[in-house]
Design a protein. Structure first.
Length: 200
């Protein structure tokens, strides 16, 4: 397994169920995310246990991603028909309901292969990739199957990336919007540590 940081996000065209419930055979990543930020996240299987909690966490925060001009795309090895059935299953019966982003069918595993996130059981690991407006991967995190990811952390990473792009200052450990950042120089880090080293 290798990282994709600083590389172009692997493009793909695949079947999907869209946010409005429409089934398509030719969802294309590059076309869908053109000139926006994106989070592409992989999960193992539909109708399982940790997966719906993560997908609903993304869904509940969809307006926050939209405010950041960021598209969300979910992917598993299930077909887009199974994705649709899961969306049509009530939450109280282990379903998703209608989620506000597309779910991609990666039946043959080619997409998870391209992203390097195949578990030994031939499903996808819990992997998330933050892609910038130029299609470059700027952040990735990969969890083993029992470990649900923190969707709020992805929002924080988007904030950090956009702050850096706009201000040119780099973001220290645990940085949150409104907090001090670091001017990327010896003087800048010296000043930051003099103010904050004790609480890092």
């Amino acid at each position: 397994m290798s990282h994709l940081i600083t590389q172009n996000a692997p493009d793909f065209t695949a079947p999907a169920v869209l946010a409005d419930g429409t089934l398509v055979e030719d969802f294309n990543l590059k076309n869908h995310i053109e000139n926006t930020y994106a989070v592409v996240f992989f999960y193992p299987l539909d109708f399982t246990f940790v997966c719906p909690s993560e997908i609903l966490a993304f869904h509940h925060r969809a307006p926050q991603f939209k405010q950041r001009d960021t598209q969300i795309i979910g992917i598993s090895i299930d077909s887009h028909f199974v994705h649709q059935a899961w969306r049509n299953t009530p939450i109280e019966r282990g379903g998703l309901g209608a989620v506000d982003f597309p779910l991609i069918g990666d039946i043959g595993g080619e997409i998870m292969q391209a992203y390097g996130v195949i578990h030994p059981k031939k499903v996808a690991l819990r992997a998330s990739f933050l892609i910038d407006r130029q299609g470059i991967v700027r952040h990735q995190v990969i969890n083993d199957l029992p470990l649900g990811r923190n969707v709020d952390e992805m929002l924080r990473m988007i904030d950090a990336l956009q702050f850096y792009e706009q201000q040119g200052e780099v973001c220290p450990a645990g940085w949150q919007p409104g907090e001090d950042a670091i001017k990327p120089s010896q003087e800048g880090i010296a000043y930051y540590l003099a103010q904050h080293a004790g609480v890092l």
